[in-house]
Ligand binder design. Structure first.
Ligand code: TRP
Length: 355
């Protein structure tokens, strides 16, 4: 597919996070994590968060803000708490419901680090050193810390503490999930019978890679080519007015190409099918210009985000409310995680925890 489009499909066989078949409650245990980058952008929203929201009605879901992963890269400790809280607030505002899913912060469940140590003794050095993300991040880093190297082992611990069977991940994390599966095989081979863990399967997110407003690179905060969930209407109007459109359409009277136009590609996510058809037809026949399309898209994004922003304001207006949700989430998660650690300690031949 053309990189000019708003959306590209990284692999034709990628499924979607939506499950088929009859709805049975809690068919799978789902775990997913997101790094606390502060608030997120519409790329994260369309590519991941929407799926998380859908999944919570179908499965037992654990959603984790992974601050232990975040410290593998240089960061400002004074800003960390706000990054974590912003992410949690926006996840809730987008529809993650603490009554239907467990939302928690990784560092509030100490078993993650504990199991990660155990699993690191089962993770092959050679394979860890071949992880694409490690190699890429390592190239950019001033020095390479061991946490960056064992990052995927911590991911394995995240998933296995809850014995998750399905993991919604983006394309870039599939390799890490493969390593988790390898670790499970090694754990069961050495300490199994009956097996403690089963191999988790990926659940591809909607196969979307939302491109940035420049139409050239993936939408990302660090590239500055994004619309944030919390952007004010005027900011959204301004950003969309500068978005990439269609290289082949120089003047309004030139016919447009909705299939390869960035703005047209975003429209279906925010506008009704009828409206999209009208705009694409108008674009093709040169009746509707790019400026009009952009205006309509900006207004559609603004009204889509309006209820999310409203919920965010409500959440922030209640002091201590989100902290309490996270405390409850951590308590729920910890119950499951501690039980898994009882089994793990036993299998390893350790003494039980005193008390
Ligand atoms: N590494 C993942 C990412 O950057 C986040 C993550 C951490 C995760 N632990 C996880 C995802 C466990 C799925 C399962 O996107």
């Amino acid at each position: 597919m053309d990189s000019k489009q708003a959306v590209s499909s990284p692999s034709p066989d990628a499924g979607t996070a939506k499950t088929e078949g009859p709805k049975a409650p809690h068919r799978e245990v789902v775990f997913s994590g997101m790094q606390p980058s502060g608030g997120f952008h519409i790329g994260n929203y369309l590519g991941a968060v929407r799926d998380w929201v859908t999944l919570q009605d179908q499965h037992r879901c654990f959603y984790c803000v992974v601050d232990l992963h975040a410290i593998t890269q240089p960061y400002d400790p004074l800003a960390m708490r706000a990054r974590v809280m912003d992410m949690a607030v926006e996840l809730l505002a987008c529809g993650i419901d603490p009554n239907r899913a467990t939302l928690f912060v990784q560092s509030q469940v100490p078993e993650h680090a504990e199991l990660a140590w155990v699993l690191s003794t089962l993770a092959p050095y050679g394979e860890l050193s071949r992880m694409t993300q490690f190699k890429e991040k390592g190239e950019r880093a001033e020095y390479i810390n061991c946490g960056l190297f064992t990052y995927p082992v911590l991911m394995a611990a995240d998933i296995l503490l809850y014995k998750a069977t399905r993991v919604p991940v983006g394309e870039d994390q599939i390799q890490h999930l493969e390593l988790t599966r390898e670790i499970v095989r090694r754990f069961n081979g050495r300490f199994g019978e009956p097996a403690v863990f089963s191999e988790p399967l990926p659940m591809h997110r909607s196969p979307l890679r939302i491109m940035g407003l420049d139409g050239k690179q993936k939408m990302s905060k660090s590239l500055g080519n994004y619309v944030a969930i919390s952007d004010e209407p005027d900011v959204i109007r301004k950003k969309i007015s500068g978005a990439f459109t269609d290289e082949l359409r120089l003047r309004k009277k030139d016919p447009g190409h909705p299939e390869s136009c960035y703005v047209c590609g975003l429209e279906p996510f925010f506008m009704s099918a009828d409206k999209v058809a009208e705009f694409h037809e108008g674009c093709r026949s040169a009746k509707i210009g790019c400026i009009d399309s952009k205006r309509a898209l900006a207004e559609a994004i603004i009204s889509h985000l309006q209820p999310i922003q409203e919920r965010k304001r409500e959440l922030l207006a209640k002091p201590g409310f989100v902290e309490e949700i996270l405390r409850d989430g951590a308590a729920q998660a910890r119950k499951v995680a501690a039980q898994t650690m009882v089994e793990v300690r036993d299998r390893l031949g350790f003494l039980p925890l005193p008390g």
